[in-house]
Design a protein around this ligand. Structure first.
Ligand code: PSU
Ligand code: MN
Length: 309
């Protein structure tokens, strides 16, 4: 049985999201860093709008999450999406930044980690995005490990992504997720997917086939009282992928450019994504948008199966 808890009083839910949660209808959370810091304008707002439409076409209520004027918002209006996509003063908000932007009444675009936490506080269990943060290349020296991973170890949300791109150390990211007790469910594949590419060279930690199986694993984990989330890795469709042999040199180039400029910390991922779009002449952006839309379809199916279970 799915138990429902009332949303935390500090959150502002849209009436639509609030009603759907109360009725036990499927709701899917969406993050906002991907809008403000993951893609250029205006493709970012177009993507965000389309993903919401995909969810609705599957009878699922979308809940894009962000902090606006210091208020954690669960579900946004078109004007809010436009602001997040275009305003220059929207902070990238991971879990450590959340209290700061709330207290200062600022705008914040939430990462996977912060979106997971706010989704859980609202009572939402399924969250769709593009790519997870992870262990950065060079982390043994820099210690740069995304808080997305630690959040997955504590917060009861299933996160649907297209895997981890090789701007990160994919092997170390999978090791860290194992240590943290996070199931990594690879949908319809025996290989862990690498975001732009279907192949990463790493075996799927766990293979699943379809939303019903994924929903059953969510119920099994949380019925057992095991804390933390679930990472669902959904490979990009073959017709949309950039094969790993082609993207890997481009990623190496973007990493070299980043190091030359001394960019690090929270600016690393946004810089790398933007640089890869530049080097590929927009091809990586097209792939990124395609994979998010595919993830929305799977997320809608998972949320529907989970609420039925
Ligand atoms: N990967 C992408 N697009 C993104 C991100 C990652 O392909 O927009 C964003 C997500 O919000 C993710 C965050 O949670 O970057 C990770 O940032 P950091 O490594 O600073 O935790
Ligand atoms: Mn980091």
């Amino acid at each position: 049985m799915t138990t429902r808890t009332a949303p935390h009083p500090a959150l502002t839910l849209t009436p639509e999201v609030e009603q759907a949660l109360r009725d036990g209808r499927p709701v899917v959370a969406l993050e906002s860093t991907i809008i403000s810091h993951g893609m250029p304008y205006p493709q970012n707002v177009a993507m965000a709008t389309e993903v919401e439409q995909i969810l609705r076409s599957h009878d699922v209520v979308p809940a894009t999450i962000a902090v606006l004027h210091g208020k954690p918002r669960i579900g946004l209006e078109p004007d809010d999406l436009e602001l997040l996509a275009s305003a220059p003063d929207v902070a990238k908000v991971s879990i450590r930044d959340l209290p700061y932007v709330v207290a200062r009444e600022q705008h914040g675009a939430t990462t996977v980690a912060a979106t997971m936490r706010l989704a859980a506080l609202a009572g939402i269990r399924v969250f769709v995005t593009g790519g997870l943060g992870g262990v950065h290349r060079g982390a043994p020296q820099s210690f740069d490990v995304s808080a997305d991973l630690t959040e997955l170890s504590t917060t009861e949300v299933a996160v649907i992504s297209a895997g981890v791109k090789s701007i990160l150390d994919i092997g170390l990211t999978l090791e860290k997720l194992e240590t943290l007790g996070v199931p990594v469910l690879c949908n319809g594949t025996d290989e862990f997917p690498a975001f732009y590419s279907r192949q990463s060279g790493f075996e799927a930690p766990l293979r699943v086939d379809g939303a019903e199986e994924i929903a059953a694993i969510m119920h099994a984990k949380w019925d057992l009282g095991i804390a933390g989330g679930i990472a669902v890795a959904n490979p990009i469709a073959a017709q949309d992928e950039i094969p790993s042999e082609r993207i890997s040199g481009i990623i190496d180039q973007a990493l070299a450019d980043m190091n030359k400029r001394g960019i690090h910390g929270k600016d690393a991922t946004p810089y790398l994504l933007g640089r890869i779009v530049e080097i590929t002449g927009g091809e990586s952006l097209t792939a990124n948008i395609a994979l998010v839309k595919q993830n929305a379809v799977l997320g809608a199916q998972i949320a529907t199966a989970y609420t039925a279970g």
